[in-house]
Every structure is written in C-alpha cells, then in structure tokens.
Design a protein around this ligand. Structure first.
Ligand code: TA6
Length: 285
C-alpha cells in the first residue's frame, strides 16, 4: 500500500496479483488546500460540514510526519507505518485544542489493511474537547450498479440528500441506481461490500466506530467536482467506519482509539455468496 504524509492518507492498496483495491481519481490533487480524492481520508475533528472547522475536518489536508515514538504495534504484522499529526498555530485559531493524532497503517500477512487511530487530548488548560471521526474509504469497484453492501439492513440512517432526515433501511442490502449520501447509525461490527462482477468482496471490521458512511455521487455530482472524472462514479464506492452520531469527548490526558480493518475475499459464487472454503478460512482468522 502507499501512504502520503499529506493527509496521512492511504492512496493505494494492491493485492498480491497487483490489483488495485482502492479508488483514486485520475483528477486528484495532491496539494493543499484540496484533499486527495480517493484512498482513505482521515476525517478529524469533524465529518461533514456541521461544525466549526472546514468540511470533513482539517486532518485530511495537513502535512503529517512519521511518528518517531509510536505506541506498541496494534497488529502482529511487521509491515506497518506510524504517522502523527499535532495542532498547528493556524488550526488553533478555529479549533483551539492541543492534541496528538497517531495513525498506524498496517498490512497483515494475508493482505488485510488495518488502520488504527489514537487521539489524545494534550490541552494544558484542563479543557476537554469533542470531535467526530471517519475513515472516508474509497473502494475501487468494477461497476457500481453491480455492487451491494450488506450488514446495514433495518438500520436507521441520516440522509444527506434530504437535509439529514432520519430514515430506516428497508432493503436487505444497499444497492446503487442513483446518488447515495448516507450515514448509517449503530451498525454491526462487520460490513460487507460485494462486487459481483469482480467476484470480490470487501469485509470491513470496525472497533469504536459505530457508524458507517456510504456515498456515491452519481453523474450530476461527479460532473460538479473538479477533482473527479465525470464517469468515475461508476467505478468507486465510499463505505467507511465512523463515529458521528455520538461525538467523542476527551478530557486532558485521555485517549480514544478507533480501528478499521478491511479484508478482500474472493466471492466465487455469482450470487455473491462468500466462497465456503473462504468462510472457513475467515472463521479461522
Ligand atoms: O461522506 C459523504 C460526503 O459528506 C458527501 O456529502 C460528499 O460531499 C462527500 O462526502 C465528499 O466530500 P468532499 O469534501 O471530499 O468533496
């Protein structure tokens, strides 16, 4: 996988046959103020535009550094990198808090991609701070109309296309025939994104991140985004673990940790069912 210090962002994740599993727009910008359009964006201290800072927070368009004193690895994998972001004078003007945001990006021997974020309140003035958080994850898919997301059935969600009104998922899976922009609430720990055509399934597991962002801009929004190709909505889907409905409050010295792990699993059956042999393998994991 490839990780940029700009935004602390994973921009590429390939399996052992060299296949790309994350979407990155051909029109993505890699310099401030624009966030990189694709990969996995770190949305902190805010997801969306409801708050005191810019849309999706400032972490995704700041320069991070390599963490010289990382915490103990959160994974058995020896393939990982640790990054860190701290407050800047500029950001203190809009979000007057001292913090440490540590991100560990790891690849398991099987090729799973594991992101672990640790956020610590370093305020010396005794003040607590509150934030929301998301791994805004752009998956590469073969054909969006052939993709379904499972594990969100019967859940409530905020529909950003209808001024965030609260709705309930009626379908046994989320499928895509038009623009979708939702935040599913209190979702189960495992969410499955099935790409029929590519016979590939992404199993997303999450910890301390109850909510799930699901987004596809479809054609009209795609044309309106300068850093996104007009047809690119057909080959991407955002499904990311988040904590939005109940913001996190940290007092000085306190730390929060949120983890997202994605496992690519071949789904050999056209019905999208996971390959039984794979299920046994996954149960062993
Ligand atoms: O997570 C969905 C969303 O909030 C959409 O409303 C859309 O704006 C998307 O994020 C992308 O936001 P961005 O600021 O990266 O253009």
């Amino acid at each position: 996988c490839m990780v940029y210090l700009y935004g602390g962002q994973v921009t590429s994740w390939k399996n052992n046959s060299g296949e790309q599993q994350l979407f990155l727009s051909k029109k993505a910008s890699f310099k401030p103020p624009k966030a990189i359009r694709g990969g996995i964006q770190i949305c902190f201290p805010q997801l969306g535009n409801h708050g005191v800072v810019e849309q999706h927070g400032f972490a995704r368009n700041r320069l991070w550094s390599v963490d010289e004193s990382p915490p103990l690895p959160d994974t058995t994998s020896d393939c990982h990198i640790d990054l860190i972001l701290k407050q800047s004078e500029e950001d203190m003007k809009t979000w007057p808090h001292s913090y440490e945001l540590r991100l560990q990006v790891a690849l398991s021997p099987r090729g799973d991609l594991i992101l672990t974020s640790r956020i610590k309140n370093k305020n010396a003035d005794g003040k607590p701070f509150q934030f929301t958080f998301a791994y805004h994850t752009y998956f590469s898919v073969s054909d969006i109309s052939e993709v379904r997301v499972e594990g969100l059935d019967t859940l409530d969600y905020h529909d950003n296309l209808q001024s965030k009104i609260r709705c309930t998922e009626q379908g046994d899976a989320v499928v895509f025939e038009s623009e979708v922009d939702r935040i599913y609430l209190s979702a189960p720990p495992k969410i499955v994104t099935i790409d029929h055509e590519k016979k590939r399934t992404f199993v997303l597991r999450k910890k301390e991140l109850p909510d799930v962002v699901v987004w596809n801009p479809w054609d009209r929004k795609a044309k309106a985004m300068p850093d996104f190709g007009a047809e690119e909505y057909k080959c991407m889907l955002c499904v990311g673990a988040a904590r939005i409905e109940k913001p996190i409050t940290l007092r000085p010295g306190e730390e929060w940790q949120g983890r997202q792990e994605i496992s690519p699993v071949p789904s050999s059956y056209s019905s999208g069912l996971l390959d039984p042999e794979m299920i046994q393998q996954m149960q062993r994991i």
